[in-house]
Design a binder for this molecule. Sequence first.
Ligand SMILES: [Zn+2]
Ligand SMILES: [Zn+2]
Length: 112
Amino acid sequence: MPYKSKKDRYEWYNNWYATNGRNRASNYSEQAIEYSTRHSKEKAASSKLRYNVLNGSIKKPEICSSCGEERRLLGHHEDYEKPLEVVWLCHSCHKRLHNDKTQEALTSVGNV
Ligand SMILES: [Zn+2]
Ligand SMILES: [Zn+2]
């Protein structure tokens, strides 16, 4: 945890709110909208996928496509516009993939 105490956390939040909370009409809203559209696409894609797995249209494999271990798998979407095109990964490979992507995204836009 980055916060030492409740007070630190509270101050952090206050700072954040002072910078971002009131400017909903400018910068902040663009990011928020982008985040929420991406997030709702992600949700829509997952539920469509789940539906197709349940009704048998899509067969969920037994082993992870990345490490080859037999584990509980989840479908990773490269493109949320294509909800049925997924890579089946175990939890740890999926997490690693997303961490790498986050790193990539961070380096590609610079240190923002
Ligand atoms: Zn794996
Ligand atoms: Zn994923």
